[in-house]
Design a protein around this ligand. Sequence first.
Ligand code: PLP
Length: 284
Amino acid sequence: DRGPGTRPSRPRVLSVAGTDPTGGAGIQADLKSFAAHGAYGMAVTTALVAQNTHGVRSVHVPGPAFLREQLDAVSDDVEIDAVKIGMVADEANAREIGAWLDALAAARSDAAVPRPWVVLDPVMVATSGHRLLDPGAEQAVRDLAARADVVTPNLPELAVLAGRDVATTWDDALAQAGSYATACGTVVLLKGGHLTGATSPDALVVPAGPSSDGVPTVTTFDAERVDTPHTHGTGCSLSAALAALRPRRESWEDAAREAKEWLTGALRGGAALRVGTGRGPVDH
Ligand code: PLP
């Protein structure tokens, strides 16, 4: 249905993630972020999370078989333009999502229909300290990252992906992202929010290749650091925005710049929302 004159009016974008019943993070945040960027949002649940603005109470994982049924139900019927993968919860889920991506790529390999853009937010630990990924699932998430087009780690997540110590300066983090991107063959959108300073930079790090003389290409997006406790769902919203924007932008660079500018506004708006008495959500 992508022939002339039949282009869809909106990109069809799927979130594969966990839930937040208070609407700040996870699937609920992703769907709001998709809508804010004009995409048609869809969602497959990896894990049901009982949480609010104070933290995570418990996590229920329906398991890989039902996860695959949800994924196939969408892809058997809908041409997906982009996928955002967030909290996968455990190794079995991560491997199932990888197998589904492989099946989708194989089905579309001949194809008039291109495979979807894939953004992986390697969610590991909530800001409240609650683990959202089994420690035993880290290798499976590395394998998933190698299948994604873009991975969006913060500094601690990058360290886990790269199997290195957490970088303590922005320059060290950029170097770590460059060697990781090149080894893995995946673009990295590195999020600098964990550092301190007047600005909160992100950087798009593109793997080294023949066209870059073997050196990774780094584009930095600077933004003011918004001084707010209301950062719940920041990472979810950014990666969802990136997936929603990419089908209608020329490059990851264009999509990432726009997503970052939008997120800075969403962070500024968080305080006025009055959602919960803890660390409230950004205004997606
Ligand atoms: N809950 C879910 C389902 C998530 O996917 C995430 C992060 O990606 C979080 C919570 C973490 O939220 P935060 O650390 O922003 O509070």
